[in-house]
Design a protein around this ligand. Sequence first.
Ligand code: ADP
Length: 499
Amino acid sequence: MAHHKLLKRQVTKHLGEQCTGNENFIRFIEAVNDSYHAFDRDKELSDHAFTVSQQEFDEINSRLKEEVEIRRFSVKKLKRTLSNIKTDNNEANIGNDDDLLEIVDMLNVEIARRKEAEHAMLIAKEEAEKASLAKSEFLSVVSHEIRTPLNAVIGMGHLLLKSNPRTDQVDNLKTLKTSADNLLVLINDILDFNKIEAGQLDLEEAPFSIKKLVNDIVSANNNGASERENTISVKFDEHLPDCFMGDSLRLGQVLNNLVSNAVKFTHKGAISIGVDLKELKSNSAIVVFSVEDTGVGIAKKNHIDIFLPFMQASTSITRQYGGTGLGLAITKRILNVLNSDIRVKSELGKGSKFYFALELATVESVSNELDENSTVEYDLQNKRILLVEDTLFNVLYATQLLEGWNAKVDVAENGAVAVEMLQNENCDLVLMDLQMPVMDGYTATLKIREFNKQIPIIALTASATSNVREKVIAVGMQDYVTKPFNPDDFFVKLKKHLS
Ligand code: ADP
């Protein structure tokens, strides 16, 4: 190996020619030369190592600085965000940007304050629920008190109209009956709304014919329509099954609300009802119902408000058309309970279209009772009926109605009298008022069932509380009729339980 330049200089400077011939000396010089080179290599390596670690150190240092900066920024941001959740108006003391202690104190104060607020809210909620329950009970009691005399007014109107009144009396009687009917609709609407709001809407499941339901609604609205020179037409989808399972009463109520509104808000126009099949599944069908009119229409800005309780599109509506503004609120709520919703398309002056889709269970066929062609023959010849009722008006009305259908009527003025009468004599059916002095209808039924399990007992109730059905069935009655009863529905129920 060539001599290291430092060794070369030292050899030239300090050694003479005589040394270069000595073999031992030459080996010594070679060893020194190797050491010089090894030293250089080591130095080079350690210099390199130092440069590298300095670089790494700088990199780590700058990364740490960045991280500290990010942390400081995050803490600052966290503090600002947390200080925003304060519920009092005092300036938040959030300390310096590195420190979370003050914010922890602030959070503790805030948590305590929120717990207090939650507790206060819970008490307010309980009070509101109590008030709402009291309101429901009040409405139910008042409705009972109003329905009882109204039952007599409607019933007497009905009987007087049927008993060949003089021509000058007919108009007065019709006004009397229409006003009483309207009053009943109003009371029923308020009660229904109350019931739905309290989550007490009971849905019934029974087979029904969709065509019959819709055609009945058309018939019920035809008079009103022709008075306002309107026509009503219906179009059923040709593939639509006819027999469904569900609550036809509630569906009918929804459709009737829509059709009667269409008739009310249209003059010399056309109302078209559509029943379309959207999808047919193995055990159900999705049916789209629509009611369209060519009437006054509704401004876009009112499309949401009209579904709110007691809201009408304008203040002049009540003056011009009457109504309470409850119909659509009830319609919307019933449909919501049926997993559907009501939609509207309308423009002021250009008519309106209300529509909704409903999934209904399909059934094979509906019993003959609902046969479209069947005509009801109002005859209860030879049937003996025990009427258990304490209100004189109601006794008078029901007796005249039943005797008009050729039934034989016995009257018991309370439950105790009825039990005694049935122990001695038999009859075909019992009509049982629920609230009576001495012995109420529930107790009387329990006592009757101890010795007579067969006789059909139908409750007569003016109460509209949600669980009437469950309660009357629980004591052993078969059915119930809500007073004031519509003579046609009343007859159908009697006939059903008498046959
Ligand atoms: P009511 O009919 O008792 O006023 P509703 O809740 O049924 O109450 O209707 C609320 C409002 O919606 C009505 O007052 C009316 O302004 C508007 N409305 C409903 N149906 C129609 C319709 N077919 N055409 C025009 N306006 C309607």
